[in-house]
Write a protein that binds this ligand. Sequence first.
Ligand code: HAM
Length: 440
Amino acid sequence: MRLQAPKGTYDVLPLDQPRWHHLFDTTRRVLGRAGYQELTTPILEHAEVFEKAVGDAADLVVQKEMYTFEDRGGRHLTLRPELTAGVLRAFIERGMHTWPSPVKLWSAGPAFRAENVQRGRYRQFHQVNLEIVGSDSALADAEAIALMGDLLAALGLRRTVLKVGSVGDPDDRARYNAYLTQALAPHAEALSPTSRERLRLNPMRVLDSKDAGDQELVATLERPLDFLGEGARAHFGAVTGHLDDWGVAYEIDPAIVRGLDYYRRTAFEVHHQGIGAQSALGGGGRYDGLVRQLGGPDVPGIGWAMGVERLFDALEAEGVTATDRDRPLAFLVAMDEAAVSELAALARALRAEFRIEHAYVRRNPTKGLRDADRSGAIYAVLRGERERDAGVVMVKHLERGDQVEIPLEALADHLRAAARDEPQPSTSLHDAGVRTADRG
Ligand code: HAM
């Protein structure tokens, strides 16, 4: 059998790396300026962490999607399907409630869900995640939502649609679920099998159905926003008030329902029309009660996550690309046997300052220049018997084609001057530039 990556997973090839660096560098910058600290939690957690967070019957779909296994010590472990539960486990375990409040954290990394694979839906995907733990202020909700927009804009995205709603307090949800159960009972037979199951376990999620028949029924129903109690209504008004004050563009979605069941009050999603059926770039909401549900103190919280792969799809749809400006400054070509080890030693010395590559074998000038070209280098530096006798190297600018002979000892100075003149910085490994393609 030919070895392959598991279904729903993929390799990030070298050419794809710049956009990952761009994404994480931009996230660190935008969220860092707002006082968020980076937290890295394990990819593996005890299954209990997610079972407690997601709830038992609450979302069978999420439960079924989890990769859970027993290790050799008989422990039930789960590959995290999302980052929030692990972040809150760390919050509790590390006593972060004693830190200055609220605790503002961001994280990024892989998550796993055993889903049906399709465009925008993978089994190993990646999230950028933000949490504010310890504040019930509407300002926290508004800041979380606004920062999501800020990050999307900083990445270069313009065509995103932010939808904000509220799923109410637990009492409101209970009333709405009771209403739904009653309103849909006479139509249960007409519902899709998934919606029928949801009607039994978590009626609100029927609103989420993609089935056309279900949607027709749903359109006749009242929405969660119509069922908000006084507290949730006032909170929602305050959140949208802040967003209006700050000039954040959003739409109110009275029927927003999130896939995960821990949300209270504010719920939001951001969509992009250019990336196919899985149009949600990200989503989140308030989860007061969840930290206590996980065995911690009774502190409120709000957060969001965005899907990295979907962000890349959206960036591609808008013609925004991160380019790798980190080309080698020079590629050294040995034209005889003696030059091979000579240039290898020279490359090691020059690398203290510049990005330098070289061939490991002797090359004739034609092949050597081709290698240099393919490496993306700005200069080729050639040396063979003739150059050795004269104590020089040949330096050729690969794009312009001009070449000069310079004494070997002068090479470092020459490259230093050249690096100053070239628009590309050649020293930073993580410096990916952003270019907006001409969409004419
Ligand atoms: P979520 O809506 O389940 O929320 O996931 C957030 C985002 O992750 C989605 O909008 C989507 O872009 C991406 N995503 C989810 N599943 C997949 C998949 N199979 N393949 C590719 N991308 C996917 C959460 O995970 C919550 N923990 C967000 C949150 C943080 N709420 C509060 N704090």
